[in-house]
Design a protein around this ligand. Structure first.
Ligand code: PLP
Length: 403
């Protein structure tokens, strides 16, 4: 009889550096739900959890693909129809020199691929603070040290250019830009992008432009500017996908668009394709929705934007009228990142708010933030009725707690 295995299987030490505050708060919320409480969810960036629906012609395209027997592995870079449609989208974004386009399992997989292909041991890329935790999780997986640059709350949450310059060291290989931004909702100006391009040129850096929210611009007077349009010479991978703009996050489809001076980016892109081949392909039937999404009717967007704008406005109204709360108005995506002037940590704030009032938000410290500042992230996707209930509950909580 073999003896039973009783020794613990220890996870790798690098897992210490993986944090995902959103999921951590959700675990506590699950426990409260099991106790019979109804949670007001202002935490998860999934439009399909609320009153948004995937455009029907995309669903039809996937069903047809499955019925037509398109159920095998696809080409590793994606099916031709999708690759060509993404090239067309790149051109519409003003990216004139897209050398290579590849389809992945969500932007999550492009991030993993691009960082894995770039970084040798000890090297780093600059990522924003506050960040979207996917980046720090992938960097932890690669044993790459974090090198964070600040987003400047006093300057409409634009990247702090001085901080970027200061943080670049001989081991820095690239810069991550999330525009429109999660968690701040900021939209970057052309001038900001031009300055970052200049820094990238000076230091021979690649730019990863995460533009997954580029069609979710909340004010008609604002326009999204693609980094690769501003800087066609700078090596850049632009990330996009159907999770947000096209309301299909569960399909796990994203892509990368490589641009920049060919001599500078060619061997890097070749290595990306090598790794793409090793993981076979993204889901084939889902890829058949890419062309209909990008080239078909866009008539879901006006309705989506009208809802998001009115929910953003309700959120800002609450922020403006609530003591101890201030917030830069979000211009893109569906996140607000209000600042808190409170005598305790924002982690305690969010946890107690959840336990006492059953409102689920995520604490700013879960995203990283400038030391000494406190925030919490609101996802303003729920309808106005849920939002107003949630905001009344947060006001009550703050009044009772801080007077
Ligand atoms: N990048 C940013 C900035 C995000 O906010 C998200 C999801 O919330 C992702 C990437 C992940 O995208 P995908 O669903 O395509 O993996």
């Amino acid at each position: 009889m073999p003896t039973a295995q009783t020794r613990e299987i220890a996870p790798a030490g690098r897992m210490e550096n993986v944090r995902y505050a959103i999921r951590d708060m959700a675990v506590l919320a699950d426990a409260l739900t099991r106790q019979g409480h109804k949670i007001l969810p202002l935490h998860v960036g999934d439009p399909l959890s609320f009153d948004f629906a995937t455009p029907p012609h995309m669903i039809e395209a996937v069903l047809k693909a499955m019925r037509d027997g398109r159920n095998g592995y696809a080409a590793s870079q994606g099916i031709n129809e999708a690759v060509e449609a993404i090239r067309g989208e790149a051109a519409r974004k003003g990216i004139k020199n897209a050398h290579s386009v590849f389809v992945t399992q969500g932007v999550g997989e492009v991030v993993d691929l691009c960082l894995t292909v770039l970084l040798n041991p000890g090297e780093n890329v600059l990522t924003p603070r506050p960040d979207y935790p996917l980046y720090s999780a992938v960097l932890a997986k690669l044993d790459a040290p974090l090198n964070l640059y600040d987003l400047n709350e006093d300057g409409a949450w634009q990247p702090d250019l001085e901080d970027i310059r200061k943080k670049i060291n001989p081991k820095t290989r690239g810069i991550v830009l999330i525009n429109p931004n999660n968690p701040t909702g900021a939209l970057y100006s052309r001038a900001t992008l031009e300055s970052i391009a200049e820094i990238a040129r000076q230091h021979n850096l690649i730019v990863f432009a995460d533009e997954i929210y580029d069609k979710l611009i909340l004010d008609p007077s604002e326009k999204h500017v693609a980094f690769a349009e501003v800087a066609p010479d700078v090596p850049c991978i632009t990330f996009g996908g159907i999770s947000k703009n096209y309301l299909a996050p569960g399909w796990r489809i994203g892509w990368g668009i490589a641009s920049g001076e060919p001599a500078a980016i060619e061997s890097y892109v070749e290595a990306i394709h090598k790794l793409l081949r090793s993981r076979l392909s993204a889901s084939q039937p889902m890829q058949w929705a890419i062309k209909p999404a990008l080239e078909g009717p866009q008539d879901h967007l006006p309705g989506v934007l009208t809802k998001m704008r009115s929910r953003r406005d309700a959120t800002m109204q609450w922020c403006k009228s609530t003591p101890r709360v201030s917030c830069v108005s979000p211009l893109g995506a569906f996140y607000a990142f209000p600042r808190l002037d409170i005598p305790e940590g924002d982690d305690v704030f969010c946890k107690e708010l959840l336990i006492q009032k059953h409102v689920l938000t995520v604490h700013g410290s879960g995203f990283g933030q400038r030391p000494g500042t406190k925030h919490f992230r609101i996802v303003f996707l729920p309808n106005e009725e849920i939002l107003s209930k949630a905001y009344a509950a947060i006001s009550e909580f703050m009044h009772e707690r801080y007077k």
